[in-house]
Design a binder for this molecule. Structure first.
Ligand SMILES: Cc1cc2nc3c(=O)[nH]c(=O)nc-3n(C[C@H](O)[C@H](O)[C@H](O)COP(=O)(O)OP(=O)(O)OC[C@H]3O[C@@H](n4cnc5c(N)ncnc54)[C@H](O)[C@@H]3O)c2cc1C
Length: 437
């Protein structure tokens, strides 16, 4: 039978990830008797594996730059970022002895390149705060009574005045994030926007993509397009203009071909727009392999090279623009023999090939799912959480923070920033509401 817990806590925090660790530490620092519950034997498991075990803890930008990474919903983070912006996060870790460095991409990592240092810094702050951390404790349900919250774990019943839910999303379920919080909050009356994978590699059934496995392109414009978007009856430049107009989402950056499909930062960043479709097979990915060069510039370049070096094979010419393996795949898709001489390339064939370079189409068959998604899109509807406090608009005393919210950002440290900022704001809000009682 479940043991009742005699203490009534000022605050119970469920989930010791990035958000929960900081929220619990801050609540305790502000004088609240705080209990942090975690189902794993170790806190901050995702921190340890993040950024390839280097932990990209935030991004070198301002509040507006962080909000932009979350799309339309980013505005929800305004107050949270005013309370704790990216530079505040850098300073917070510096105070714990973790100095950071900014990489070329704007990503911020600990100088040591050790995610462990980030986790240890949060734990050190938590210990100093005197919040109580209970590991290996899985919460099975929560209820609201007139006297506060009743939190049930596998072996105890805990009471609290305020409750912070920071159980994360549903991605990488092996880390403990099995989406438990969604069901509890739904029972308490919250709307849950259907959770779906985000920052996830995309799959395709095209065999030529698998054959390119291992090819990396550092600078590609990736566009999510409605399936069969090509207006076939137009000339290539008109078709490319239509492409830009009909794009559902786009992001520029590196792309990696894999045995299952496409990966790399820009693919992961647009994946949320793919999983947002009711039928993922209704979209194509169009890759602009040479985003800095217009169709006309490339046409001019080809004409010149073909005139000056007419005896050169087109495979060799194309190899000057893209990696050789990709060049050969493109020629196959265009039904052009690789040993065709430049002088033999007809104008329509040249223009069609350039069009392929500017919009290499990969039909999507799906994603690698929650098992390989770095974050979860969807979650607790933002309409029902007050962005000025992180308090539920439905259940007073309930606070919702971190990835369980219907917020997901680009790759680059944005998701940890959101977790830290919402955590800080919730703790400050609880303190403010207790002080005004
Ligand atoms: C492989 C990988 C790499 C990543 N790299 C980065 C990166 O470099 N930079 C970045 O910004 N983001 C990164 N992310 C995303 C980032 O890890 C998350 O957005 C962030 O951890 C969310 O923090 P959170 O505290 O909301 O949730 P989480 O960190 O997921 O923590 C939730 C916690 O709640 C616990 N929990 C769940 N259910 C229960 C229950 N019933 N009872 C008790 N406890 C429970 C879980 O065990 C977990 O410890 C990465 C994610 C993955 C999977």
């Amino acid at each position: 039978m479940a043991r009742p817990n005699e203490i009534k806590w000022d605050v119970v925090v469920i989930g010791a990830g990035a958000a929960g660790l900081l929220a619990a530490a801050r609540c305790a620092e502000l004088g609240c008797r705080t209990l942090l519950l975690e189902k794993n034997r170790k806190p901050g498991v995702k921190i340890l594996m993040s950024g390839g075990t280097r932990c990209n803890l935030t991004h070198n930008t301002d509040a507006a730059g962080i909000m932009q990474a979350f799309g339309r919903k980013g505005r929800f983070l305004r107050t949270a970022l005013q309370m704790l912006g990216p530079q505040d996060v850098v300073e917070l870790f510096r105070q714990e002895g973790v100095t950071t460095k900014v990489e070329e991409t704007g990503k911020i990592f600990p100088e040591s390149d050790r995610a462990l240092d980030v986790q240890q810094a949060l734990l050190a702050r938590l210990r100093r705060s005197e919040a109580v951390l209970r590991l290996d404790t899985s919460v099975t349900g929560i209820e609201k009574s007139e006297l506060g919250f009743v939190i049930r774990t596998t072996d105890s019943v805990i009471h609290a005045d305020n409750l912070i839910v920071s159980t994360g999303g549903a991605s990488y379920p092996g880390c403990g994030t099995t989406g438990d919080g969604y069901a509890w909050l739904r029972t308490l009356g919250h709307k849950i926007v259907h959770p779906r994978p985000s920052l996830v590699p995309l799959t395709t059934r095209e065999p030529w993509v698998a054959e390119l496995s291992g090819v990396t392109l550092p600078d590609v414009m990736v566009r999510v397009m409605p399936r069969n978007f090509w207006p076939t009856d137009h000339d290539p430049p008109t078709r490319l203009a239509a492409l830009r107009k009909k794009s559902i989402d786009e992001r520029r950056g590196s792309v990696l071909f894999t045995h299952f499909g496409l990966s790399g930062p820009s693919i992961l960043d647009v994946s949320r727009s793919v999983t947002a479709q009711s039928d993922m097979t209704s979209v194509d990915i169009a890759l602009d392999l040479l985003p800095d060069r217009s169709f006309d510039e490339l046409d001019e370049w080809w004409r010149k090279v073909c005139t000056e070096h007419g005896s050169r094979s087109i495979a060799r010419m194309l190899g000057e623009l893209v990696p050789q393996r990709l060049a050969e795949a493109l020629l196959k898709l265009e039904h052009l023999p690789p040993d065709l001489r430049g002088a033999e390339l007809t104008k329509p064939a040249r223009r069609s090939l350039i069009c392929r370079l500017k919009a290499l189409c990969v039909p999507v068959s799906g994603t690698r799912g929650f098992a390989k998604a770095e974050v979860t899109a969807g979650g607790v509807s933002l309409d029902e959480v007050d962005p000025r406090t992180m308090q539920s608009k439905i259940v007073p005393g309930l606070y919702v923070i971190g990835e369980i919210l219907d917020l997901d950002g680009w790759i680059g440290g944005f998701n940890f920033q959101s977790a830290f900022s919402t955590a800080w704001l919730a703790a400050e809000s609880i303190h403010a509401s207790r002080s005004s009682e």
